[in-house]
Design a protein around this ligand. Structure first.
Ligand SMILES: [Mg+2]
Length: 414
């Protein structure tokens, strides 16, 4: 199928499928791009800090932990403070954070954050470690600095990152099971719908498994019954976590689209760009991917070559908000939407909410893996997953209230 026809069909179907309840999806118009055009979009300035007129010199960045979470806290020489919650990978990535990332930021002006993200990549030859082990650590420092700058400005991070255009974000409930039977899984998905979700996602394949299923016949069995079981009003996504090659991914993808499922995520191993494009070219429904990707140039390749239809940078894995916005801006040039992958644990959904609040070409539904019951209390007002949506925190920075005192049991990690 030629580029224009495939993109036209996908964007039309994607817009119809994703129109959902939110109505904030920018209409996707398929557009052919040039590499210089994408580079220009990615490089455009992002931060709006016009009212912070004096330098915000970074005095310290520390890693702390309590019995559940790791935290990164930065302080300016003037006493401003920013706090971020890491994902669970800090438990083993902390030496990279402490030895190779934090030292670079000390003494720098936080207002230069965009160029600091580029600078830390070459500091001590960090580019040799380029992957999520490095970029997660950069993201955590970036989150803490943005939280600090937001508190100085008295605005949520979405304001600093271009302006809040969406105040409430519709979420899809993601089910991570691969050990359920099709009948058991459908019952779990139904519960999410009963609790208010307008969109759900389930797993197919065996996860990076060279075409093997997690249980014989599970994926095909589930695909055949899920639409009928959930009804026509629910948006349904399927995620293969890199289970297939192009041949099998296309076979499963066609079964998925024939059974009314709206999007197919990561059909092939995440770094096998050609195979992913091979599946995307063969299907009419949108193919999504990019959750492990940490190279802006490989994102550019996927967007320029229409290797997929929806890009999914992870705000932690890919190095923070600024780099994810650069991906989103390239995608916007091509008429693609962006649906960030959500790192599990910590406050991943809070970062996703802020990102979606300030990004024009976001998809209609965003990943939600639960966890809001406990950490949602840290915001004022507390966050709730209600009618399939969560309101974006409105407090300054990341929106975690100082009254929540989230570091009260935390100790520095030496
Ligand atoms: Mg996934």
């Amino acid at each position: 199928m030629h580029f224009n026809r495939r993109r036209f069909i996908k964007s039309s179907l994607g817009a119809a499928a994703l129109a959902g309840t939110q109505g904030c999806l920018s209409a996707a118009e398929p557009r052919k791009t040039t590499v210089p055009q994408l580079d220009k979009a990615a490089a455009a300035p992002i931060l709006k800090l016009s009212s912070v007129r004096s330098p915000v010199k970074i005095a310290s960045v520390e890693l702390l932990r309590d019995n559940r979470n790791h935290f990164v806290r930065c302080r300016s020489t003037d006493g401003a403070v920013g706090i971020a919650v890491t994902n669970s990978r800090a438990a083993y990535l902390y030496p990279i954070l402490q030895k190779l990332v934090i030292p670079y930021f000390i003494g720098k002006d936080a207002r230069d954050l965009e160029s600091l993200i580029d600078g830390v990549y070459v500091y001590k030859s960090n580019y040799k470690l380029a992957n999520l082990a490095l970029w997660c650590c950069v993201a955590w420092v970036e989150f803490s600095i943005l939280d600090m700058l937001g508190k100085i400005e008295g605005k949520p991070v979405g304001h600093l990152l271009g302006g809040v255009v969406n105040k409430q974000i519709t979420m899809y409930a993601a089910s991570g099971n691969r050990n359920t039977t099709p009948r058991q899984e459908v019952e779990i998905l139904k519960k999410h719908v009963d609790q208010g979700a307008h969109a759900v996602k389930f797993k197919v394949g065996g996860r990076m498994s060279n075409n093997a299923d997690s249980m014989p016949g599970r994926s095909e069995g589930l695909i055949r019954i899920v639409r009928k079981a959930l009804g026509d009003k629910v948006t349904i996504f399927a995620d293969a976590n890199g289970s297939y090659d192009c041949r099998k991914g296309t076979e499963i993808g066609k079964l998925i689209q024939d059974h009314g499922i709206d999007m197919f995520e990561e059909p092939c191993p995440w770094d096998h760009l050609e195979e992913t494009k091979c599946v995307a070219d063969a299907l009419v429904i949108p193919v999504a991917g990019g959750e492990q990707e940490t190279s802006l140039r490989r994102f550019r390749w996927m967007i320029h070559n229409n290797g997929l239809d929806i890009v999914q940078p992870d705000l932690h894995y890919n190095g923070g908000f600024i780099r994810a916005i650069r991906v989103a801006r390239m995608a916007a040039e091509a008429g693609m939407s962006v649906v960030p992958h959500m790192s599990g644990g910590g406050t991943g959904y809070i970062e996703v909410l802020h990102f979606a609040s300030c990004t024009g070409n976001i998809g209609a539904f965003h990943e939600y893996k639960g966890g809001i019951e406990r950490t949602g209390q840290w915001c004022d007002p507390p966050l709730r997953f209600k009618d399939g949506a969560i309101k974006v925190p409105t407090g300054p920075g990341l929106g975690i209230s100082e009254d929540a005192d989230i570091l009260k049991n935390a100790k520095p990690v030496e």
